[in-house]
Write a protein that binds this ligand. Structure first.
Ligand SMILES: [Zn+2]
Length: 125
């Protein structure tokens, strides 16, 4: 089965997913990003490429709500298609932050301490 057609290639189409460790991630233009920093109660966020630490990839994206407001730097590596396809196959891809967060809240076991969300961790399977 060819799932590649399900990957949105429109550069402005933002999708959301959750990492294996339970933090919010975005999928944009065939790349995946982790939350790096947030402001205004989480409405504005900066996202770093998931290969930021492993490959020192400099790419990042800023969002406001569910919209991309800024993108900067080129990725230093190929698309994350395989990782994205795994998320699609596991039904872990959502069209809004609210939906992804509701899934996260339903699965998170700790309460009142969300600081781990800002840690950049290896997400290798
Ligand atoms: Zn990258």
């Amino acid at each position: 089965m060819d799932l590649s057609i399900q990957i949105v290639s429109d550069t402005t189409a933002l999708q959301f997913t959750v990492s294996n460790r339970g933090s919010l991630q975005i999928i944009l233009n065939r790349y995946m990003y982790l939350t790096h920093h947030k402001a205004h109660g989480g409405r504005k966020r900066r996202w770093r490429c998931i290969d930021y630490r492993r490959l020192h990839c400099p790419a990042f994206v800023d969002t406001d709500g569910d919209s991309v407001v800024k993108r900067k730097y080129m990725h230093s590596h190929p698309f994350h298609d395989i990782k994205i396809l795994k998320k699609i196959q596991r039904n872990l891809v959502y069209s809004s932050t609210a939906k992804a967060l509701s899934i996260l809240n339903a699965t998170q076991k700790h309460d009142g301490n969300t600081c781990n969300e800002d840690n950049i961790m290896d997400e290798s399977d």
